[in-house]
Every structure is written in structure tokens, then in C-alpha cells.
Design a binder for this molecule. Structure first.
Ligand SMILES: Nc1nc2c(ncn2[C@@H]2O[C@H](COP(=O)(O)OP(=O)(O)O)[C@@H](O)[C@H]2O)c(=O)[nH]1
Ligand SMILES: [Mg+2]
Length: 300
């Protein structure tokens, strides 16, 4: 699986799709064969869904997509989403175009949630509440995120991470969508977060992340705008959660313009960093063994 493919254009890449279907069928056969083998408990048969030729997982995966006037981009987004995901939750920010209709056409089972407040942070918090999966993946609706990468995020989570954090600046990642000003601002804010919170992030303001649902109880999100990603990244460190960076490629937004304003939103991010620094109530470090034990109980 190549994690760094450009999102496919609808109607194209038929052969790649067919290859994926074939791979999925083979993986299903292998996983069933393994599950029925002598070394596995028969009670696990059917619980695992193959997500690649080498990996089958039990936890259901929800994908949350915040979308505001993204009707033209949604075909590119949905085209790359793997079919093994459990549900797609689209949070509509009062779109005035056909965002909702297009989403329903492309993914008939999509769960559409109308956002009552404003801002990307508010949309994500609303979407997280609507998710029923054990794993939650955040994907932007502008065509900048490649759904084929979800398997890398999920692999990190089922291998022990609590929070799989996308990074455009980790080895193997990249971006086509950041201006030099945004790159500089992101780097400066990331450096401050690393210094102040003892993190070792290579990226800060990026919206492609995935995590186990239990993280939401520990980070208790309360913000409305684009600062949401920074808040999550800070609070997972403060909570002592295990964070793994996943190299990710951010493609150019396909249609329309970014809703982010570098100065206004950069200042909002800075305000969040300073507030989180002065507010030291957290650092609720969990005993890792207990957390692992509870997860292992689910599979035994
Ligand atoms: N529901 C909802 N989605 C939003 C809002 N603001 C931005 N988004 C979505 O969040 C994603 C990222 O926004 P974008 O404008 O591309 O910002 P950028 O990626 O930082 O340049 C896109 O899918 C937007 O449609 C909002 O207020 N409500
Ligand atoms: Mg974008």
C-alpha cells in the first residue's frame, strides 16, 4: 500500500480500485483462514476485518469529516476512503452549496450532522460525539487528505499508540498546500509547544489525525476554531498519552479557498498555547499498564 498517492480523480484509476478489491478479498481469505487455524480461539472468528494484506483489526473505525461548502471536493475525498471503515460522519457547517446532497450520493450510509455553532473546532467536537467507532479518524473535506493513509494511522493505534498524529514534516511526509508564511508560523508555534510541553513534534497545525475514543475523555476539548488541532496535540501530551507521528502528505485543496486566516488563526493558536501553559491542572498521567490491560481484555 502506497501511503503517498495523490487522491484519485473520480472515474479514473479503475485498475487501482480493482487491485484494492482483489487485495481486500485475498486479505479476507487469509484472515479467515488464520482465525480458523489451530492457534486461534474460535470465538474470534468473524470479529476481524482485513485492512491490508497483512493486518486485520477488530475495532470499528469512524471517519469524521468537517465540511463547509465542499461539494466539489467531496468526490475526491470519498474516492480514497477505504471501504472497511465502519462509518463516515460528515459535519456540515451550514453549507450553502450541495455538500450534504453530494455526500449522501457518494456514500449512502453517511451520517450527516448539522453543526449548531461555528468553526472547525466546533464541527469536530460535534462530529466526535456522533461517532460510534472505537477509533476516530479526522479527515478534511477539501481533497488535501489521502484516505489511503488511514491504514497507517490505524496500524499505529492497534500497535499501541493512543493518538496517531499526522505530520507533513516527518520523514516521508510533505505538503503542497502551505504558503511560506504558514510554514514559518507552524514551525515557530511547534517549537514553542515542544519547549513548553516537552513534546517532540515535527508538525503542529495539521488536521489529519486519528485516536482511540478514550482519548476524548482525557483531553476534554473546549474550543471552536482552527486552534482545535493544537489544543488536541497539547492535551494528549499533558495527559501522558502515547503519541505516534505518522508521515502524511497534504495535497493542494482542489476547489475553493482555505477558510484559515494565517494571522487571525495563528494568534488564536498562540493564545491556546499560553492558556494551556498557565493552566497546569492536567498532567493526569495514567498508569500505562492499566490502560493496556483494559484493552487486552477486549480481545481475550
Ligand atoms: N463544518 C465545518 N467545517 C469547517 C469549518 N471551517 C473549516 N471547515 C472544514 O475544515 C477543513 C479544513 O479547512 P480549510 O479551509 O481547508 O483550512 P486549511 O486546511 O487549514 O487551509 C475543510 O474540510 C473545511 O470545509 C466550519 O466552520 N464548519
Ligand atoms: Mg485545507
Amino acid at each position: 500500500m502506497n501511503s503517498f498517492l495523490r487522491p484519485a480523480v473520480p472515474g479514473e484509476e479503475q485498475t487501482q480500485d480493482q487491485a484494492q478489491d482483489q487485495t481486500r478479498d485475498q486479505a479476507q481469505g487469509q484472515a479467515q483462514g488464520q482465525a480458523q487455524g489451530q492457534t486461534h480461539d474460535r470465538s474470534t472468528v468473524g470479529r476481524y476485518r482485513p485492512i491490508s494484506t497483512h493486518l486485520a483489526i477488530a475495532p470499528p473505525v469512524s471517519v469524521v469529516i468537517p465540511a463547509m461548502n465542499e461539494a466539489e471536493n467531496l468526490p475526491y475525498v470519498f474516492k480514497t476512503l477505504p471501504r472497511w471503515i465502519h462509518e463516515v460522519v460528515l459535519v456540515d457547517g451550514n453549507s450553502t452549496d450541495d455538500t450534504v446532497r453530494v455526500a449522501r450520493e457518494l456514500w449512502p450510509d453517511v451520517k450527516v450532522v448539522e453543526q449548531l455553532g461555528k468553526g472547525k473546532g466546533d464541527a469536530l467536537i460535534t462530529g466526535f460525539k456522533a461517532c460510534t467507532g472505537d477509533i476516530i479518524v479526522m479527515v478534511d473535506a477539501d481533497g488535501s487528505a489521502d484516505g489511503h493513509e488511514i491504514v497507517s494511522y490505524v496500524s499505529a493505534l492497534v500497535s499501541g499508540a493512543d493518538f496517531a498524529k499526522g505530520s507533513r514534516f516527518a520523514n516521508g511526509g510533505g505538503t503542497d498546500d502551505m504558503t511560506p508564511v504558514r510554514k514559518l508560523g507552524n514551525w515557530a508555534l511547534c517549537t514553542v509547544v515542544n519547549r513548553k510541553f516537552g513534546a517532540r513534534y515535527t508538525d503542529l497545525c495539521y488536521g489529519y489525525n486519528a485516536f482511540w475514543r478514550h482519548c476524548l475523555d482525557e483531553i476534554d476539548l473546549d474550543c471552536t476554531g482552527f486552534e482545535v488541532e493544537t489544543l488536541m496535540n497539547i492535551r494528549v501530551v499533558k495527559a501522558g498519552l502515547r503519541v505516534q507521528e505518522i508521515p502524511s502528505h497534504e495535497y493542494l485543496r482542489i476547489h475553493g479557498a482555505s477558510n484559515l486566516r494565517a494571522v487571525r488563526d495563528g494568534l488564536r493558536v498562540l493564545r491556546v498555547i499560553l492558556k494551556e501553559r498557565s493552566n497546569r491542572r492536567s498532567l493526569r498521567r495514567r498508569p500505562r499498564v492499566a490502560a493496556l490491560d483494559s484493552r487486552l481484555k477486549d480481545v481475550s
